[in-house]
Design a protein around this ligand. Structure first.
Ligand SMILES: Nc1ncnc2c1ncn2[C@@H]1O[C@H](COP(=O)(O)OP(=O)(O)OP(=O)(O)O)[C@@H](O)[C@H]1O
Length: 831
């Protein structure tokens, strides 16, 4: 926060938050402000009960503010109109809402300049259901679930305060930080269907920017920095610009008559020529722009800063029978920093028509007439896009309430505005001037949304892209964040395309498994392929996917990947001068093992295990990316693959030599042990901060050293011999000697607590020891047996003790074991 921002005291209390919703709700900003009332910081506040009289007063106040400025020193012009139509020219005339805003200590300075119109900040979805207007609704009943809501108003880039400065010339930004949990129950919270949704959305808001211009218009942009109550998001950073203009509830018959007059004024006001796009005359319009600045998967990108051999990705290599390995690598598969990928979404969604009492109205639901009515003379690309979406929104919402859509908007034909220029290919749902519908190919803006099985997901930002796919961060209509993977199929042959679909198959198979990323929904737009996938058959052998075929996969969203976590952890340890945090290691290593156990139990070999493919979801590591596993026959133990695939630094020797013949003439196959090797590389990286073969920089040197059975991996000094031992168990060159997951999970490295357990009482001592022996005996004997296979590695022995010391230790252990066995037998005889 800069010093200027720091000057602004925090604006505390729920009222601050309230201001956001009602202001949007009423086309008049001032009218929205009564709900600011309960704040102790808002001096001139209306009673929090929001009586009808209060409502009218506020509406009147709002319209007062719509009058021309009579500010001394400001030359009045007929051109002074809201840039965004509904938020009107803001004089400094003391409108109730204005005063409240200005009177707030936090906003004192702002109030001097221009009065902001608070607006709703939330994503909008065509088809998102609104609450019906009902007599029981208190239009301003937007409450905070939490007693306090801290709003920290920050003023950014504000030019010097000057009441006489020409209107429309500058824009100002104010940041609002807020924490709290808001539930909107009023009809003006028109965007939210369920209070829970709104609540969860708002509860996640942490930073809101509201941009003012000198016409008192508000452009609220929200950087959402989520505190994940409900564990929906860990961090979300989005800019949301929201402009909401909401109508009066006509079902409130008592209010209608009195308010209607004002509404007419408002309509006339809105109909002024320079009004911008997002205005609906009588109908309510909500414009929401989402600038998702940061899909918080910086994680997925960060790790790639160490792009060297770690990121060499082997895509396709040689085929069986071809003696010369033709290894094709994809090097430096750098993921773009997500922060650099920004999606801007803007949409205009109509509110139910004033006349409509339809309780099942949808935001965005509106008649063609209304649509035509909505946007007028778009003056910028932004407006064009808003218009574009507006049109789309209607079409989407059309399914929801066709009746409502027929409600005539108003008799005031002057309100009907020309639709803005259609963007080529985008405005497919537009209605022509005669009111007849043209065929609708698409009822949403594909720039802003994905549609999967009829459900819309608003884009928040691109997370990254793989060889054939891109992954986006999206938000669903119930305000849940997901990752959406889009795989392009066009031009691919059906066999390949079917291969892509197998990832879906695996994810379906792994549904409900805790440590695997969950597939929420999917759609294959090529119906032939989709049917094949559904039937589990692959009959089409020939041909290519002709249409614009895509696979859409809606996935659980991962906040950070292990690769980034690792690099962060290493930085942290280096700064503290530490070597390794064993507990941290154990915690995640165990989760990694559990995830791989899950797939191995399902007879799935992942084949591309690496830190970047473990995502942290709500505190647990989950495995992603079954893109390579798809090529594996799931019902076999060992897999004969047509090509060598994987990520170089984590590829097992047999993955490099897949389908070649070993010394005994057997075809080398990849199976679960290949995954265990990759796990060994991951653990090595966790311990030493680099992969075991990272010093071999070129592809061929890496290939050579990994496939050399005599190459000895160098292990740096390490204090815990069990840790060394477990790495060696995973990185045994001979795949038959590598440990399997169950053994790794019961490895002593993961059970250090036994040595720290509270010392047993004297009587229990023997018994506790036996219990421990029971649970660990098999591991212990396996370890013993293995240590007797082949020559003992001197380095291993040295790290434990001197060889003599070891011998006497073993004698002692063996003597004690024999003695213990005798006592166990004795006690059994006595029983
Ligand atoms: N569920 C998810 N949540 C968050 N980020 C994800 C999710 N799935 C994938 N990603 C991220 O999206 C990016 C691309 O993922 P994807 O698995 O498509 O690519 P890849 O493995 O690099 O390439 P390929 O698809 O060719 O195997 C990666 O940075 C990954 O971390």
């Amino acid at each position: 926060m800069d010093s200027e921002e720091a000057d602004l005291p925090p604006f505390r209390s729920s009222t601050s938050t309230r201001s956001l919703v009602p202001a949007t709700a009423l086309a008049s900003p001032a009218a929205a402000l009564p709900s600011l009332s309960s704040s102790g910081t808002s001096a001139a506040s209306a009673p929090s009960s929001h009586s009808q009289a209060g409502l009218l007063r506020d509406v009147q106040a709002a319209f007062k503010r719509h009058r021309r400025l009579e500010h001394p020193g400001v030359k009045q012009s007929n051109d002074i109109r809201p840039r965004r139509a509904v938020a009107p020219t803001g004089s400094l005339a003391p409108g109730a809402g204005a005063r409240r805003f200005r009177d707030s200590p936090a906003l004192g300075r702002l109030g001097k300049k221009k009065i902001p119109d608070a607006e709703t900040v939330m994503p909008s979805f065509p088809g998102m259901e609104t609450k019906s207007f009902d007599e029981s609704f208190n239009p301003f009943d937007v409450r905070m679930d939490q007693a306090s809501c801290d709003i920290d108003w920050k003023e950014k880039d504000l030019p010097p305060v000057n009441d006489t400065e020409p209107l429309g010339s500058s824009s100002r930004k104010v940041q609002v930080s807020m924490q709290g949990n808001i539930t909107s129950q009023g009809p003006y919270a028109h965007v939210a269907t369920e209070p829970g949704n709104l609540s969860s959305y708002f509860s996640s808001l942490a930073l809101t920017e509201i941009e003012f211009d000198s016409c008192s218009q508000v452009e609220g942009s929200t950087v959402i920095n989520q505190d994940l109550q409900r564990q929906k998001l860990l961090t979300v950073e989005s800019d949301v610009i929201s402009k909401s203009y909401v109508n009066m509830p006509t079902t409130l018959s008592q209010r209608t008559a009195a308010v209607q007059d004002k509404v007419h004024q408002l309509r006339n006001f809105l109909n002024q020529p320079s009004t911008q796009s997002s205005v609906a005359g009588l109908s309510c319009v909500t414009t929401t722009s989402v600038h998702s600045s940061a899909a918080p998967m910086s994680s997925s990108t960060t790790c790639y800063s160490h792009l060297n051999q770690e990121d060499q990705r082997l895509v396709t290599v040689k085929t069986l029978g071809d003696p010369s390995p033709r290894l094709v690598k994809q090097e430096n598969m750098m993921k773009l920093p997500t922060t650099s990928v920004m999606t801007t979404s803007e949409m205009v969604v109509d509110e139910p028509a004033l006349a409509s009492h339809n309780s099942s109205s949808y935001v965005g639901d509106k008649s063609e007439d209304k649509k035509v009515n909505v946007c007028k003379e778009p003056s910028s690309m932004k407006e064009e896009r808003a218009l574009k979406y507006d049109v789309a929104a209607q079409a989407t919402a059309g399914v929801a309430s066709s009746e409502q859509s027929k409600v005539p908007l108003s008799g005031d034909s002057s309100l009907i505005k020309k639709p803005g220029p259609a963007l080529p290919g985008k405005d497919e749902n537009a209605t022509n001037r005669t009111g007849t519908s043209v065929p609708r190919k698409r009822n949403y803006d594909p720039d802003l949304f994905f549609k999967v099985n009829g459900k819309l997901y608003q884009k928040l930002g691109k997370i990254g892209s793989g060889g054939s796919s891109e992954v986006h961060k999206v938000i669903s209509s119930d305000c849940t964040i997901y990752a959406l993977k889009k795989i392009k199929l066009k031009g691919r042959d059906y066999a390949t395309a079917y291969g892509f679909c197998q990832e879906i198959e695996y994810l379906n198979k792994l549904k409900g498994k805790n440590n695997i990323i969950q597939l929420i929904d999917y759609e294959v737009t090529d119906k032939t392929l989709q049917n094949e996938v559904r039937s589990g058959s692959m009959n089409i052998k020939d041909g290519r996917v002709k249409e614009d075929g895509f696979i859409y996969m809606v996935l659980e969203y991962g906040e950070i990947d292990l690769a980034l976590m690792l690099s962060q952890k290493w930085k942290e340890m280096e700064s503290l001068g530490q070597m390794i945090d064993e507990n941290w290691l154990r915690f995640y290593w165990q989760q990694i093992l559990q995830a791989v156990r899950t797939i191995h139990e399902e007879r799935i070999v992942h084949s591309d295990l690496k830190p970047a493919n473990f995502l942290l979801v709500k505190g647990s590591l989950k495995l992603i990316d079954f893109g390579i596993a798809k090529a594996i026959m799931s019902d076999t133990t060992n897999i004969q693959r047509e090509s060598q695939v994987g990520t170089l630094s984590y590829m097992s020797p047999e993955a490099f030599m897949c389908n070649e013949q070993d010394a005994n003439g057997n075809v080398i196959k990849c199976g679960r042990p290949s995954d265990i090797w990759s796990l060994g590389c991951i653990l090595y990286q966790m311990v030493y901060g680099r992969t075991p073969f990272s010093e071999y920089k070129t592809f061929w040197s890496k290939f050579k050293v990994i496939t050399d059975p005599n190459h000895e991996i160098v292990y740096g000094p390490i204090s815990n011999p069990w840790l060394l031992n477990i790495m060696k168990k995973c990185l045994a060159w001979d795949r038959n000697k590598r440990w399997r997951i169950p053994q790794l999970l019961s490895h002593p490295f993961l059970a250090p607590l036994q040595s720290y357990a509270a010392p047993p009482s004297h009587e229990e001592e023997g018994c506790t020891l036996l219990v421990h022996l029971m649970s660990d005996a098999s591991t212990f004997s396996t370890l013993l047996k293995e240590s007797m296979e082949g020559p003992l590695s001197v380095s291993e022995v040295e790290s434990l003790a001197s060889q003599d010391g070891l011998c006497s230790l073993l004698s002692e252990v063996s003597r004690l074991c024999l003695e213990l066995r005798g006592r166990v037998r004795e006690s059994r005889r006595q029983q």
